[in-house]
Design a protein around this ligand. Structure first.
Ligand code: ZN
Length: 203
């Protein structure tokens, strides 16, 4: 598979007919990795042809609703015969991810939560801020960015460095994060035009 980056959403928390919440599908070799799964992203994956068993890795930048809300329908759908998951689902995120997953799964109290209500393994990995995580031999830096507990993702592919933010605000940490990257994917909804132009000058 040629490496590719697919924009499944480019919006923010505003309900919109044009834009899903910000989310990027990273395709490296035979591995699909999803960065954030807010509103509209479960449908967007399906529309793009990514079925449950095609995606084994989801990284969450932070726990704001517009970055995580479709995890609930996505998990429920994985149990259904229409697109039943058999492969493990590995979920990576900031400290607090394990508690967060218990809450998300706990919402589905109509399932028998005493037993595992899913026929596939769900593995959760809390990543310390500013550390690295390796997924299928690909290394990702999980970089702390304001606001609190927000993170960006940095990785290299074909000698190019890619930096993707969770929420983007104009501050020095953000400038440093995108500095020297070949491709920077920023969430523009929290920035004005002047600030975006200044980010552009980083390259
Ligand atoms: Zn946020």
């Amino acid at each position: 598979m040629t490496p590719s980056i697919v924009f499944l959403g480019t919006g923010n928390a505003d309900i919109s007919l044009q834009k899903n919440t910000a989310s990027v599908l990273i395709q490296l070799d035979k591995t699909n990795i999803l960065f954030d799964i807010g509103r509209g992203i479960a449908n967007a994956l399906f529309r793009y042809g990514i079925r449950q068993d095609d995606l084994e890795h989801i990284i969450i930048s932070h726990f704001h609703t517009d970055h995580i809300s479709d995890l609930l329908p996505y998990l429920h759908s994985a149990r259904q015969s229409g697109d039943k998951r058999t492969k493990p689902l590995n979920i990576y995120g900031p400290t607090g991810l394990k508690d967060f997953m218990l809450k998300i799964i706990g919402i589905m109290e109509y399932l028998d939560l005493e037993k595992n209500p899913f026929e596939f393994p769900i593995n959760t990995f809390e990543i310390e801020s500013n550390s690295k995580v390796v997924i299928d031999n690909h290394e990702f830096e999980f970089v702390s960015l304001p606001p609190a507990n927000n993170h960006g993702l940095k990785f290299s592919v074909n000698d190019k460095t890619v930096a993707i933010t969770g929420d983007s605000y104009f501050h020095n940490e953000e400038k440093e994060f995108v500095n020297n990257s070949d491709i920077a994917i920023i969430d523009s909804s929290h920035l004005n035009s002047d600030e975006i132009i200044q980010f552009d000058k980083q390259f």
